[in-house]
Write a protein that binds this ligand. Structure first.
Ligand code: PLP
Length: 204
């Protein structure tokens, strides 16, 4: 950003376990917590695996079979079985404890999208920038496009920084699926979350 002689007004990353989001946003969050800036931070997840937008902030295991220590994090329950969306890296049941704590403190906003909307954004990006994104960052991309469209509407000038955390050269079958019209948007029933949340250890 220094090379571009700019500072972001909004920082956006997709969020599976939270690592790429933390990498792109923590340095700017440090500035915000020091009271120097007023940047917004957006974590974007799939509707099919919504640990921030629909999970609970509690102690849970980091793995599916319950062998790790307990972490305080946003979780859908460690036995949660996600639908087979193309963004395989975003299907984790939990979220990094530091990202979870910052979300709980109101530093991160979070939003969730269905995969068809994300691939529509990816096609626009690939046709305009010549880069094919991996299915995971298409979520960040969709949120970045939405921010840009909103700014266009309000006439506000905004520096939007989003993290393109992987290319999609090995995900062309997902694009084929999208173009064939076979891509499914999975709505996650609240009963499925409630069932998996029963696996969360009771601490008391
Ligand atoms: C390209 C890509 N982006 C994002 C993720 C999600 O992980 P994280 O949220 O920890 O960055 C993965 C995970 O496999 C990935 O492969």
């Amino acid at each position: 950003m220094e090379m571009a002689d700019a500072y972001p007004d909004v920082v956006i990353g997709c969020a599976g376990g939270g690592s790429n989001l933390a990498g792109i946003s923590f340095p700017f969050i440090a500035d915000k917590l020091a009271g120097k800036t007023n940047t917004r931070f957006i974590a974007v997840e799939p509707e099919a695996s919504p640990s921030l937008t629909k999970g609970e902030f509690t102690y849970d295991f980091g793995d599916a079979i319950g062998t790790t220590p307990l972490f305080k994090m946003h979780t859908l329950g460690h036995t949660f079985v996600p639908n087979p969306i193309h963004a395989g890296g975003l299907r984790y049941h939990g979220m990094a404890p530091l990202v979870s704590a910052l979300f709980d403190a109101g530093v991160y906003e979070a939003k969730a999208y269905h995969q068809n909307a994300c691939f529509e954004a990816a096609i626009l990006f690939a046709s305009t920038e010549g880069i094919i994104p991996a299915p995971e960052p298409t979520h960040a991309l969709k949120a970045a496009i939405d921010e840009a469209l909103e700014a266009k509407e309000t006439g506000e000038e905004k520096n939007i920084l989003f993290h393109l955390c992987g290319h999609g050269h090995l995900d062309l079958s997902a694009y084929d699926n999208y173009f064939s019209g076979d891509m499914v948007d999975y709505a996650l029933p609240s009963e499925a979350i409630a069932e998996a949340m029963k696996s969360v250890p009771q601490i008391g």
